[in-house]
Design a protein around this ligand. Structure first.
Ligand code: NAD
Length: 427
């Protein structure tokens, strides 16, 4: 989450609001508004220049009443324990809403991989595992890649864990390369999941995808695969955006007769940055700033980063917009969310819309634990079933109790976790 506000305070505020609706007792609130366990440790590393440096690492296990913890490890120079706490809490709600038998965790290391050699990064990964090897594992808590960590980092971590425990435990971590315990379909999973939920929302509104248009913020992993599937359903994307590192600003690319995702991919770098000059040559209008949000479309998909729909730009959302599907985590600030709720736009909240990623990570764990790997179609079929039924559960409750979709999703998740904690006799 952004460094200018406290993500944990926001996560606790969201929780408190729903705890009030649910009339939760004090002990349950006390248990669920904080991580159940958190680890802070030092990771000493011998640097390439012969000096030694100590990095700070964290792991927060928010709640594991429903199953082993699950959540990524972030490498970031401004990582804070509060960001990690908030993200671990959101993982608990995300796993509960899609009904996978996992709890919520998150980890991090304060470091900047841009200024670290491969060897130094490997030492941080191995050092992180050495500090927490007794408290993570396939039956305890399963890490995954996140900001600035990759499949390679996961393999180093797995190798260190297996060295310490003396066995093969591929299910202790996910996001591994295909062929080394990774699942087919993980790359597509988050974007596809977003569109499975959009498809169901359109069905409820009696609107054919082919009669709709959409605008996306971002053109990275989530947006690219969401657009591909949405196009397959017949939908037309007229605008995407990206961040331009050199100009230190964002750009919006507009093509009113519909973008061609493959043409755009051919001129996009691995960070999701689109080449402006080449886009112009392909007939795109290139506009500086966040113009994606002003497009006259039926569906808006923020799929870049947190804190993007704010009180300053929420009024620019066209009256034509019927659905907002949050591909990113936390893209809408609470003030903007209140406006969207008031306007009656159908919100598919982040921890539901983008849960396809963690669902496929769960599939990776399952496949590793049984040492048998599924074909891609089988993964997508199972993903569709999970995402569709999660969406329908939330939507049904929202209609029944006249709740905003975000509140309905929270009610379902918090109820499940509270119930599991009670059933175990914890509270
Ligand atoms: P990515 O790094 O592949 O792509 C990010 C895209 O956003 C890039 O195109 C980048 O240029 C663009 N961008 C960044 N800042 C921007 C700005 N200010 N304005 C416009 N565009 C901007 O990231 P991703 O994996 O696609 O993830 C996107 C979001 O989805 C993040 O919030 C991430 O936490 C969330 N998410 C991702 C996954 C996953 O499996 N990849 C799962 C769940 C949630």
């Amino acid at each position: 989450m952004s460094r200018t506000f406290n993500a944990f305070e926001m996560a606790q505020k969201q929780f408190d609001d729903v705890a009030e609706i649910l009339n939760l007792d004090e002990a349950t609130k006390d248990l669920l508004r904080n991580p159940i366990r958190e680890y802070h440790f030092s990771i000493p590393v011998k640097m390439d220049d012969g000096t030694s440096k100590v990095f700070r690492g964290f792991r927060c296990q928010h709640n594991d009443a429903r199953g082993p913890g699950k959540g990524g490890i972030r490498f970031h120079p401004q990582e804070t324990i509060d960001t990690v706490r908030a993200l671990s809490m959101w993982m608990t709600w995300k796993c509960a809403v899609v009904d996978i038998p996992l709890g919520g965790s998150k980890g991090g290391v304060i470091c900047d991989p841009h200024n670290l050699s491969e060897r130094e990064q490997e030492q941080i990964c191995r050092g992180w595992v050495r500090q927490i090897a007794r408290d993570i594992g396939p039956l305890q808590d399963v890490p995954a890649p996140d900001v600035m960590t990759s499949a390679q980092h996961m393999l180093w971590m797995l190798d260190e864990y297996e060295t310490i425990h003396g066995g093969k435990y591929p299910g202790m971590i996910t996001g591994k390369p295909v062929g080394m315990g990774g699942s087919l379909g993980r790359t597509e999973a988050t974007g596809y999941g977003v569109i499975f939920t959009v498809r169901e929302a359109l069905k409820e509104m009696n609107i054919k995808p082919a009669d709709t248009t959409a605008a996306f913020q971002g053109f990275g992993n989530v947006a690219q695969y969401a657009i591909k599937l949405y196009n397959q359903l017949g939908g037309k994307v007229i605008s995407v955006s990206c961040w331009d590192q050199a100009d230190n600003t964002s750009y919006t690319f507009v093509k009113t007769d519909g973008i061609n995702v493959d043409d755009l991919l051919a001129i996009t770098d691995r960070f999701g940055g689109i080449n402006k000059e080449k886009a112009k040559a392909l007939g795109y209008e290139v506009l500086a700033g966040d113009k994606w949000i002003e497009q006259e479309v039926d569906i808006l998909v923020p799929a870049a980063l947190e804190n993007q729909i704010t009180k300053d730009n929420v009024d620019k959302i066209s009256s034509k917009v019927k659905i907002i599907a949050e591909g990113a985590n936390g893209p809408t600030t609470p003030e903007a969310d209140a406006v969207i709720k008031e306007r009656g736009i159908h919100m598919i909240p982040d921890f539901l819309a983008n849960a396809g990623g963690v669902t496929c990570s769960y599939f990776e764990q399952v496949q590793c634990n049984m040492n048998y790997f599924w074909e891609k179609d089988e993964v997508f079929g199972k993903l569709d079933v999970k995402m569709t039924s999660a969406y329908l559960d939330v939507s049904r409750l929202a209609k029944e109790k006249n709740l905003y979709m975000r509140d309905a999703a929270y009610v379902i998740s918090i109820n499940k976790v509270a119930q599991a904690s009670r059933d175990r006799g914890w509270i």
